[in-house]
Design a protein around this ligand. Structure first.
Ligand SMILES: [Mn+2]
Length: 336
């Protein structure tokens, strides 16, 4: 989707959203587990957008309560208070799902609640559309580098200037999800330009997002290296490994070591997570979409999968090793 074609769809989405909001008091923002700066930036950015549009009409709650260490740092730096909740209110509220499409990833052990929330949800996301999910309506643009970039375009569509701290929150999410613009597209840089204020610099945001790895994450990466298995398909090297946690970071570590594709399994207390990454070069050369691969192995591990072409993941409750095997097989078929 190009920048130009985004306009009408955004206008239509915002028109529908504002209609629903006329009869809304309470909003609960949902996102993925261990919310990252893009999820947190999206929630704070959306609050800023709604505040500017409706003048303090709503109460905002956030679920799940689990936020990544780096996101906590961002919230503290912004001095913005978000009200996280441990349980879902029984009262009437509007569920808005950001940086995620599947509410069952955070509402576990309650299929009925998860299903009813999913059906009522409004989704704002930049992952590949999960076709099996039903929801009220949404704005999903998988060409967008971050959910924060989408929300920045809402401000632009309504000619609202994002003020402090909303501009910094959105910038944090955009910079985080684009690897500090390493994976930026033209629209990413354009969004950053629109958000830069006069009283802070890009370096301030960089410092806010400065995340030194703690010991357990570094050890997980090193263990992934020790336990790593290699599959060679022509000139392409797939590295697979297993850790107990930090599987996404372990993938990035294996890519840093020289793998073209890395997939790392984490299996814990009946929970199975597989993270997958590939280099930009590998993607350009083979046109491989890891989100599709992760979606395809979801039935094997009894869960769901998705993400982006370069970075994707699958979660489930069943045989993780089989899931990895299947993923390697599918990649072999794609590349063969
Ligand atoms: Mn994101």
């Amino acid at each position: 989707m190009s920048m130009l074609s985004r306009g009408p769809q955004i206008d239509e989405f915002l028109k529908d959203l504002f209609l629903v909001l006329e009869n809304t008091c309470d909003i609960v923002f949902f996102s993925h587990e261990n919310m990252d700066p893009d999820a947190i930036g999206s929630i704070i950015g959306m609050i800023g957008f709604l505040e500017a549009s409706f003048a303090s009409k709503f109460n905002y709650l956030v679920f799940p309560p689990r936020i990544s260490k780096l996101s906590r740092k961002v919230i503290d730096a912004l001095q913005f208070n978000i009200s996280t909740i441990e349980t879902i209110p029984s009262t009437d509220f509007l569920p808005i799902l950001v940086d995620s499409q599947n509410i069952s990833n955070v509402i576990k052990n309650d299929e009925i609640l998860s299903k009813s929330l999913q059906e009522r949800s409004i989704i704002i996301d930049h992952h590949f559309a999960e076709s099996s999910l039903t929801y009220r309506f949404g704005y999903i643009d998988s060409t967008s580098q971050s959910a924060c970039e989408i929300i920045q375009s809402f401000f632009q569509a309504r000619a609202i200037e994002p003020v402090e701290p909303f501009n910094r929150a959105l910038l944090a999410g955009i910079l985080y999800d684009s690897g500090f613009l390493k994976y930026a597209q033209n629209s990413t840089v354009h969004a950053v330009d629109q958000l830069l204020g006069t009283d802070f610099t890009l370096n301030d945001i960089r410092q806010m997002l400065n995340d030194s790895m703690d010991l357990s994450e570094r050890i997980a990466r090193l263990k992934a290296g020790i336990r790593c298995n290699l599959t060679k398909i022509g000139e392409t090297v797939i590295a697979t490994s297993e850790v107990s946690t930090f599987e996404a970071s372990a993938c990035r570590g294996l890519i840093g070591l020289g793998a073209d594709i890395a997939m790392v399994l984490a299996q814990n207390k009946g929970e199975v997570r597989i993270s997958a990454r590939q280099t930009d070069d590998c993607h350009v050369q083979h046109g491989l979409n890891l989100a599709v691969i992760m979606q395809a192995i979801a039935p094997v591990i009894g869960g769901s999968g998705g993400g982006h072409e370069l970075a994707a993941a699958a979660n489930g409750t069943k045989d993780g090793a089989e899931g990895l095997k299947k993923a390697i097989k599918l990649i072999e078929q794609e590349l063969g």
